[in-house]
Design a protein around this ligand. Structure first.
Ligand SMILES: C[S@@+](CC[C@H](N)C(=O)[O-])C[C@H]1O[C@@H](n2cnc3c(N)ncnc32)[C@H](O)[C@@H]1O
Ligand code: SF4
Ligand code: SF4
Length: 377
């Protein structure tokens, strides 16, 4: 992420804290519900509703730009099924100067990669070894994502999302080894989608609380060892304390303020503005197509919801809490030049260099890796 984007986000956060003002700094946009896949835990392809046209999407981008948005995340459904996806990415980058990430299952990547080459981060779903991933998602999904990973890591910065379930919870190290081999960064999600977005099978895939805790501790250990995990220690420690993973949201204050509906939000395919994707169809929402984004965002409200286990929202919440370790972690993983670099300064991508000062700063700011007695240079 550019320093200018980050500074604007920091200033808007400080203003929000001081005055209670709202700015849609970070906007997730569901580009479509359509998808060629049928993953076992996902219901999104069964949702039928209006899908914003190209003109409606660019009108949304224009209004977001005028309101101070710095980052958009295109997701779905499968964004690459949209014929106009390349045009939308270029519009968001070149006309609006947003930091743009795009989530994909990779199925259509080979034929569309040149159209979306300008995204800042391509986020591919990767759930483990062949037989495991094919159960977690759908048969054939492993081969498709491996082909996409090989291709994309040559051309752009790549993150993966792994949804941890009963099937793949014991295969974290396999994913980390692939990340080192191909040069991508990994992130990990717990099952957390609500009934609207999750399949009925989702609950049968949920690990025991003790299994999730064991996996989270393992991730913390691997992150401290320098594996390329973008999920922050702050987030991992936060979810380690979550009382019951079968209840992904809570009305009890966790001590970490949720900034949904004030500094970030989610726009559904039909233009409705929700505080986050976790509250889609769970709270009243207005559509930007009917009232404009400003009014729809002002109307959006998280109601009694105060805490959840979703990784992206909590990483935003830590950034808006001005947690320096989290901000540094994300700067390192999204800065230009280094395709894959962990916050311990461990470089995987050949040719990606980090300055000594950058290395020193990583060591100083990174959670629990700085040991004063150690000769870090
Ligand atoms: C809904 S998909 C959309 C983008 C694209 N179709 C894909 O699969 O990468 C975005 C992410 O949500 C994850 N996801 C799907 N169902 C989920 C659930 N029930 N709980 C948590 N994450 C889920 C997917 O694995 C994927 O990484
Ligand atoms: S997780 Fe993504 S690829 Fe799988 S069915 Fe849902 S939208 Fe499609
Ligand atoms: S805590 Fe915030 S981000 Fe999480 S589900 Fe509730 S409103 Fe959404």
């Amino acid at each position: 992420m550019k320093y200018s984007n980050l500074i604007k986000m920091g200033l808007a956060t400080v203003k929000a804290k001081a005055t209670g003002s709202s700015t849609p700094l970070n906007v997730m946009i569901s580009a479509t519900n359509r998808c060629p896949a049928r993953c076992s835990y996902c219901n999104i392809p069964n949702r039928k509703q209006h899908e914003m046209t190209t003109e409606e999407m660019t009108a949304l981008f224009d209004e977001l730009k005028s309101l101070g948005t710095q980052r958009i995340a295109l997701w779905g459904g499968e964004p690459l099924v949209r014929d106009d996806i390349g045009y939308l990415v270029d519009y968001a980058k070149n006309k609006c100067n947003f930091f743009v990430s795009l989530d994909t299952n990779g199925y259509l990547l080979k034929s569309r990669i040149d159209e979306i080459k300008n995204v800042d981060v391509l986020v591919l779903s990767f759930d483990g070894p062949r037989e495991i991933m094919d159960k977690n998602r759908e048969p054939g999904s492993f081969d498709k994502v491996m082909e996409a990973l090989q291709l994309a890591t040559q051309k752009m910065r790549v993150f993966t999302i792994t949804v941890l379930t009963k099937e793949n919870i014991g295969h974290i190290d396999y994913i980390l080894e692939q990340a080192k081999k191909f040069g991508f960064s990994t992130s990990f999600q717990l099952l957390h989608h609500t009934k609207t977005l999750a399949s009925e099978e989702e609950s049968s895939l949920l690990p025991e609380n003790s299994e999730y805790r064991k996996a989270i501790r393992h991730l913390i250990e691997r992150k401290r060892q320098g594996y390329p995990i973008v999920s922050t220690i702050a987030y991992l420690e936060y979810i380690l304390k979550w009382p019951d993973y079968s209840q992904p949201t809570s009305t009890i204050d966790s001590g970490l303020k949720c900034w949904a509906d004030q500094l970030y939000c989610n726009v559904d395919t039909d233009g409705k503005v929700y505080p986050c994707s976790g509250l889609v169809e769970r709270v009243p929402a207005k559509s930007f197509l009917e009232v404009g984004f400003k009014e729809a965002f002002a109307f959006s409200s998280k109601g009694e919801c105060k805490a959840c286990i979703a990784s992206c929202f909590n990483e935003y919440n830590f950034m808006h809490a001005l947690n320096l370790q989290v901000i540094w972690n994300w700067l390192q993983h999204t800065r230009k030049g280094a395709r894959t670099i962990t916050d311990t300064g461990y470089v995987y991508a050949p040719g990606a260099k980090q300055s000594i000062s950058g290395h020193l700063a990583s060591r100083l700011l990174c959670d629990d890796v700085f040991h004063p007695s150690e000769n870090i240079l």
